[in-house]
Write a protein that binds this ligand. Structure first.
Ligand code: ZN
Length: 460
């Protein structure tokens, strides 16, 4: 008998004893089921094969086909068609886009890197353009978009040798732009207009310049000076998304499993039970049946708490297309986090829904092994900061997955649905930003932290 089983049996015995002495009133029928499921020694059985047959990890062929059908019908009130028209106007979906690759990319502190300033902006813009042009080609079939995307991808693979900074902020770029570039290139892999040698060179570039950083940050997020939970969930989620994108691109199951293992049982903040540290609770307002769960960033600020949703949703969808159900892990715990975040941040008809939220105290970097102790904080409430209500893409993906693909219905996604509706067109008029988040593109790097276009791609 293992120690784990012995402890479980002792717990059952103690609990039974307590019930029999203190709670006999509640045992009138004489029986009580105290069966505790046996905890397996190897809780997760990781696959050795995944589904690599989609256009890219993020997008299934059925997603493309729905957009094509909507274009054929051309109903201006159809949110998919309205989003497609909106997408065609995106500044990053234009074949005139010219890449600006650099030999070294710096995001973060530039001192000591050999370049005099942060220069991540062109990389973010070019990754977004490569993705949107490749997607526009896959939907429209027009090769001018494939050519423009290919030119961006080739330019970067031929020029860029290194991603760095004098602090760890470059890991944000290796994550966010890593999953954008890998999904973009993947969509052109069966296009004959891109030379095989260039396709292979691009894959090699992702494996040499990007993947090692994604791997290092996934396996050792604390580095040499910090604890594993020092960097917030967004950081690991982005690098795990990049692993899924690159793994699908080069068809390597081990790269996928690296992200999968971290999601289920890693020590960093991208692991589901670190990202969502407490068990979900029922909605006190009884409006959602999807439960509520704060994320690690709910007590930090809402700009970042909403980013967790965007990047987590797209990562979960990539896993889903690969054949892994991150969405359903721990009894739909991701849904509870989405419902919690939407309940606080959605603003239907211009008004927030609530002023009270359940919250469990969260100690961020208190009593941890971080060498620098100055940054610890005790969160006691969901923050009501200037980032509250931040519009980011992802809500249509979340709503459509849980309500329709999983079949849980609208009541399980009550708050996420409200936020999704906030991002859509109504009767041909843009009421949000079309679910794409394209209105967010500006000088701020966070505008490129998620891919978006969820209304167009995932609405059913
Ligand atoms: Zn710490």
């Amino acid at each position: 008998m293992t120690m784990k089983k012995i402890i479980l049996l002792l717990t059952v015995a103690a609990f039974t004893l307590q019930l029999s002495t203190a709670c006999t009133d509640y045992l009138e029928d004489g029986t009580v089921d105290l069966t505790i499921p046996e905890v397996p020694e190897e809780p997760f059985d990781y696959p050795t094969e995944y589904n690599f047959n989609n256009p890219c990890a993020l997008i299934a062929q059925a997603d493309i086909d729905r957009v094509k059908a909507a274009i054929a019908t051309a109903d201006a009130n159809d949110p998919v068609y309205a989003s497609w028209l909106h997408f065609c106007k995106s500044k990053f979906a234009q074949p005139t886009h010219q890449p600006r690759p650099s030999k070294i990319v710096v995001r973060g502190d530039a001192t000591g890197t050999g370049v005099d300033k942060e220069n991540g902006g062109p990389c973010m813009e070019d990754a977004a353009a490569a993705f949107q042009l490749a997607l526009r080609y896959r939907i429209s079939g027009d090769e001018q978009y494939a050519t423009a995307s290919m030119n961006i991808l080739n330019a970067w693979a031929r020029t860029c040798e290194k991603i760095t900074a004098n602090d760890r902020n470059f890991y944000l770029l290796t994550g966010f732009q890593g999953y954008t570039f890998s999904n973009a290139a993947n969509m052109l892999m069966d296009w004959s207009g891109w030379a095989d040698t260039d396709k292979n060179d691009f894959k090699e570039w992702m494996l040499k310049v990007w993947y090692p950083h994604n791997r290092t940050f996934t396996l050792n997020p604390g580095g040499t000076n910090d604890c594993a939970l020092h960097c917030w969930p967004n950081w690991q989620l982005a690098n795990m998304a990049s692993l899924l994108g690159i793994g699908h691109l080069v068809k390597d199951p081990e790269i996928i499993t690296l992200a999968y293992k971290n999601f289920r049982e890693g020590e960093g903040s991208g692991a589901i039970n670190n990202m969502i540290p407490y068990a979900p609770v029922e909605d006190p307002d009884k409006l959602t049946t999807g439960m509520l769960a704060q994320s690690m960033e709910s007590g930090r600020d809402q700009g970042h708490a909403t980013l967790v949703i965007s990047i987590c949703a797209e990562m979960c969808q990539m896993a889903w297309n690969l054949g892994i159900d991150f969405w359903g892990a721990e009894n739909n715990k991701i849904l509870a986090m989405c419902e919690y975040t939407a309940k606080w941040n959605a603003k239907p008809n211009g008004t927030y829904l609530t002023t009270t939220m359940p919250f469990f105290e969260y100690k961020y970097c208190i009593d941890c092994i971080c060498k620098n102790k100055s940054h610890g904080a005790i969160h006691t409430a969901v923050t009501n900061d200037e980032g509250r209500g931040t519009i980011r893409p992802g809500w249509d993906l979340i709503y459509n997955h849980y309500a329709k693909v999983k079949g849980l219905g609208d009541q399980a996604c009550y708050y996420s649905k409200l936020f999704a509706e906030q991002l859509r067109y109504t009767n041909g008029t843009l009421t949000g930003d079309g679910g794409a988040g394209d209105s967010r593109y500006g000088g701020n790097s966070s505008a490129y932290d998620q891919i978006g276009w969820g209304t167009m791609l995932y609405t059913r």
